[in-house]
Ligand binder design. Sequence first.
Ligand SMILES: NC(=O)c1ccc[n+]([C@@H]2O[C@H](COP(=O)([O-])OP(=O)(O)OC[C@H]3O[C@@H](n4cnc5c(N)ncnc54)[C@H](O)[C@@H]3O)[C@@H](O)[C@H]2O)c1
Length: 295
Amino acid sequence: MGWVGSSIAISILHKGICQHLLLNDLNKDIAEGEAMDLNHGSSFYPSAEVKAVEISEMMDTEAIVITAGRGGKPGESRLDLLRENIEVARKISSELIGYKGILIVVSNPVDVLTYYYQKFTKIPVEKVIGTGTLLDSARLRDEIGARFNIDSKSVHANVVGEHGDSEVVLWSKANIAGLNLRSWKEWEPAMEEEIAEKVRVAAQEIIKRKGATNHAIGLVTASLLEWILRGERRVITISRVVNGPYGFQDLAISGLVLLSREGASEFLEVKMSEIELRDFNKSALIIKEVIKHVK
Ligand SMILES: NC(=O)c1ccc[n+]([C@@H]2O[C@H](COP(=O)([O-])OP(=O)(O)OC[C@H]3O[C@@H](n4cnc5c(N)ncnc54)[C@H](O)[C@@H]3O)[C@@H](O)[C@H]2O)c1
């Protein structure tokens, strides 16, 4: 229930997708304070009970979102966080053995932690979902929309790979309402690297200014939960353990994934340009290397 947890909580409440919202933090006062604060707003969102609880009291829920662990410091890469956050993952996973719901991992480095939460808890792979590049795809759509003065909801463009420095924008498929972005009248090739870089460093730029990123990931995660709980079969960019597609074996990475009530049902093997595929493979190798370093 730090920066990210509290933003996810308020976004979930506004969406009206839960009856019971259970909050937990290592620091019990924070979870209790947030529950009190959120309950005081109950006249302004669809009915829901908000309570601070122990993790053991969450075992009958439909979904758990994990935001526990430290955020990045200015200049630090997400992978630098691993040493500390893997220990948090080990501890929380040991309390989640036998959990039957959907586990959504937000804590960074999100791909590596998604992999280890699945290994540590032994929850089926489709039920352990990392928000991955869903946030990066949202940032990309916002940036493209802003350039052309078009609502980001009409922009269809995706980022795959690591939620981090090696992420890959699928420019060959990017479009505005079906019209290929590269044939859009104001489009210039130089924009691709410029926008990709802006998306890549977006978190650092925000952290430099306000110390954390929280609102966009709050909205992204609440929407992800809504789509899963409503059984919406959306195709989105999220991270999950993959074995097979693109020849990937035993790692978690973001690609285009078909969602369902069961979670991240199918990792789709969509066609990419040669360069995109090369970079996607590189990104997978980087994640895999980091996974190997965890003892
Ligand atoms: N995936 C994404 O797109 C994305 C976006 C933003 C932030 N993040 C990540 O989310 C995580 C949280 O970021 P934040 O800014 O909210 O950090 P924060 O420091 O504000 O909050 C983290 C909270 O985790 C709690 N915590 C630590 N260990 C715990 C445990 N064992 N059990 C329960 N609670 C525990 C801490 O007490 C703290 O309140 C970070 O790892 C950050 O990098 C991910």
